[in-house]
Write a protein that binds this ligand. Structure first.
Ligand code: C5P
Length: 243
């Protein structure tokens, strides 16, 4: 059988050409990276867990009318997705201060924010994905005002959904990152959620103990990353049988 054509390889995922025009196959690797790939490791089973968890969140979002790129899971490590034109911005939603926001503003990690705060970072590894203002986004044409309004609305809906999912299983959604893509339907363009939603791109804290159940376990050497992700999957009822 002919090998599939690789379209793109990132730090944690590979994209292959899909079976139909306008589709791609997204493969979840076990590679973990942090601090712009300065710290690297391979975590057995991480790709399988993130494939399942991203399926769970994207399917739930679709059910409540939030459009995503997810079509279906194909196997343990792969899912079929819609091909999109990725907007070159990482959209971060924060409910509690942590990570770079705590460093930047001198806020203690865990401080509840007055309301969800949305930040944009330019997707540029060479620059370390710098925080950018809406002024930069509009002036440099990375997105239009309409795109920005749509991205903020999408991000807040994802936040409501994800916060609820997590609250129900005793986990606080501290913050998360999403990526958004453009699809064309006839002459109309629509923005949809792309990439992945998984503990790689969220901060998840146990509500009782404050235990970290996300990639900070790897970033900060707090224990076994696969165990943390398995705990999230177990609580959400999406644990694959052979992990
Ligand atoms: O590092 P920082 O505090 O800015 O991260 C905010 C949130 O965005 C965290 O949940 C982190 O996992 C996520 N993030 C990400 N990919 C990046 C930067 C941040 O998933 N490149």
């Amino acid at each position: 059988m002919a090998r599939r054509k690789k379209v793109y390889e990132g730090k944690a995922k590979i994209l292959y050409e899909g079976p139909e025009p306008g589709t791609l196959v997204q493969y979840f690797k076990d590679d973990a990276t942090a601090f712009n790939a300065q710290k690297k490791d391979v975590i057995d089973g991480k790709g399988v867990l993130n494939n399942r968890l991203s399926e769970f969140f994207m399917t739930g979002l679709t059910q409540i009318g939030v459009p995503t790129h997810f079509i279906k899971r194909l196997n343990m490590r792969e899912q079929l997705i819609r091909s999109v034109e990725i907007i070159p911005l990482e959209v971060i939603v924060r409910n509690y201060a942590a990570g770079t926001m705590s460093q930047r503003l001198g806020l203690e990690e865990g401080t509840q924010l007055p309301r969800p705060i949305i930040e944009f970072c330019l997707k540029d590894d060479a620059l370390g994905d710098p925080l950018v203002a809406e002024e930069h986004i509009l002036a440099f044409g990375w997105a239009s005002q309409q795109d920005l309004d749509d991205m903020i609305a999408l991000a807040l809906r994802v936040n409501d959904f994800m916060s609820g999912c997590m609250f129900a299983v005793g986990i606080k959604l501290v913050d998360f990152k999403i990526e958004i893509g453009r699809v064309w339907e006839g002459e109309f363009q629509r923005l949809i959620i792309a990439d992945e939603i998984s503990p790689d791109s969220c901060r998840l804290w146990d509500m009782e103990t404050g235990q970290r159940l996300d990639k900070d376990v790897f970033r900060r050497d707090l224990g076994n990353l696969a165990d943390a992700y398995t705990e999230v999957a177990r609580r959400l009822g999406v644990l694959p049988s052979n992990v």
